[in-house]
Design a protein around this ligand. Structure first.
Ligand code: ADP
Length: 297
């Protein structure tokens, strides 16, 4: 069964489009990435799914139920982490979280234990007042708030801002664990490498429209990586003849730069035969991926 399904989902803000004719389906048990640059329509989609804003056209279901008609019922089983967490409060973290938990029709003892377990795992001091917490720690409160009722669907809108790399790793491990226990996850981001680490499939959104839905492994294999090599002496162009998937090759006295799409082993064989002083491989930025899809579609 599809946990999330949208059909021609459309949202206009006045005359300006947020999302247009969006068809999206997320299967049970998936970690689904939703990727696109700022302003692409990720938050609009998510906020519509959660019933926070009403669609202008089309429809969407979660757990097979219409998101406009059944929003409170659906949200019992959905955990949501918004991109910005704002708490103007002098409540202690523990009180805020217990208060949040009280809205769910679930055993409050189980929720209290879950809050403590998650706080221990994320290294958050629950006794502190929200106002006294750093941005990253406030984000942890948001994460716990989203997960404390063990939701069947977890929706994360650009969740990693403010988390240091170690905490981000822990957070991803936590999400993988929840996924193993059965939760479906929708994860929005404008950073490809984040989505790469976590997701099975990804939808690429731009200007309010889905331009591609693809498995993450084929997305990576089908996108260009930029290689920047520094060399002791000038390398002849002929060293790269026969390598398929190479483009935009520029060679100067001490550097080589090119884009490559294909098997990494094929290119490293050639690189290994050069006398390098330095090397950098950059993952494609989103614009490059979009260009690629515009070029092939
Ligand atoms: P993303 O989450 O991918 O950054 P958004 O869903 O926030 O993108 O925005 C999609 C488009 O809708 C953008 O053009 C944005 O300016 C517009 N938009 C979003 N929220 C509002 C709003 N409350 N009022 C008017 N326009 C909005």
């Amino acid at each position: 069964m599809n946990i999330i399904e949208t059909k021609k989902l459309t949202k206009y803000y006045g005359n300006s489009p947020g999302i247009i004719d969006l068809d999206l389906s997320v299967e049970q048990g998936e970690i689904f990435g939703f990727i696109g640059p700022n302003g692409a329509g990720k938050s609009t989609t998510i906020r519509t799914l959660l019933g926070l804003i009403r669609p202008t056209g089309g429809s969407a279901t979660i757990f097979g139920k219409d998101v406009v008609k059944f929003s409170p019922e659906i949200n019992e089983e959905v955990g949501y982490l918004p991109s910005e967490v704002f708490y103007y409060d002098d409540m202690r973290a523990i009180d805020l979280l217990k208060y949040s938990g009280s809205f769910y029709k679930k055993d409050q003892k189980v929720i209290a234990k879950r809050i403590n377990d998650l706080a221990a795992y994320l290294d958050l001091d629950l006794k502190k007042k929200i106002d006294d917490l750093s941005y990253g720690n406030k984000k942890k409160v948001g994460i716990i708030q989203g997960l404390l009722h063990q939701p069947k669907l977890i929706i994360l809108d650009e969740p990693t801002g403010g988390l240091d790399p170690l905490m981000q790793q822990r957070f991803f491990a936590l999400l993988k664990e929840e996924n193993k226990k059965g939760a479906t996850i929708l994860f929005s981001s404008h950073i490809l490498s984040e989505v790469q680490k976590l997701c099975d499939r990804v939808a690429i959104i731009k200007d309010g429209k889905i331009i591609k839905v693809e498995r993450i492994d084929s997305l990576i294999e089908n996108t260009n990586k930029r290689f920047k090599l520094e060399t002791a002496v000038k390398v002849d162009k002929s060293r790269f003849t026969g390598l398929t998937g190479i483009s935009d090759l520029v060679i100067t006295d001490n550097s080589i730069s090119f884009l490559y799409r294909g098997k990494i082993n094929d290119v490293t064989k050639i690189i290994a035969s050069l006398n390098l002083t330095n090397m950098l491989v950059e993952e494609p930025d989103l614009e490059e991926i979009f260009l690629h899809y515009y070029a092939t579609d």
